[in-house]
Design a protein. Sequence first.
Length: 256
Amino acid sequence: MSALEEVTEFVQGGQQGVDIVPIVVAGQGGTHRAADTERFHQRHGAVMADPQGYTLHVEQGGGILRVDVVEQETVLRASSAVLAADGFETIECLTMVDVMRRGGVRATLVSIMPTREVVSSLQIPVTCDALFDEINFDEYDCVVLPGGLPGATNLRADQRVCDVVCEFAATKHVAAICAAPFILGELDLLEGRHATCFPGFEKSFPEGAYTGEKVTQDGNIITASGMAQSLPFALELLRTLAGDKAVEKVAEGIQL
């Protein structure tokens, strides 16, 4: 798929119910009409990068937003897949996506449900970027498991999720917060490791694994204890995937 096709598809795949204005996506192969400025957070005359890694030159006039797509040279960029099931904890989930994107890491919000819409534990609907079966996990460096109930138990009940988590624990990175680290314990991924979680969910941990810390990193596994640790948890993963400079940039931008 070309840069133009990817960005056009991304824009057209916007959430229902948002304000739609005409957009012309111009570039390789001609001009295409798309919609949903909100997903790109455009400003008049802005030049920005979209989540797919392309530069968008944005101009507005006559009620039309013109987006010229310039495909960048291939750049190896860290990627994270944040898995969402009905009953997820909103802040734990979306803080991770937000911080990753601010820090230059490709972050994809992935629904494990039959549709892209998932509903949080507090009944907040969120539209994900993709369905689980639409994702090529070979392209990702980390899988993230938000907490929340029954979100974490819904993740555990999905064998596709368990298979991916086991694969990433062996070869890449896994991050889990709040209740979700119990999944790692039940999958026997914490033998000889240290991890943390919301108190009470460590029952699946092997003896000596539970640290009781707010955030624990042991090699390629990062865990956190609860919603209040969402930002430190996300920044720790960002540091692992993109380095200290990315963390410093985000911290400055959010006045941390």
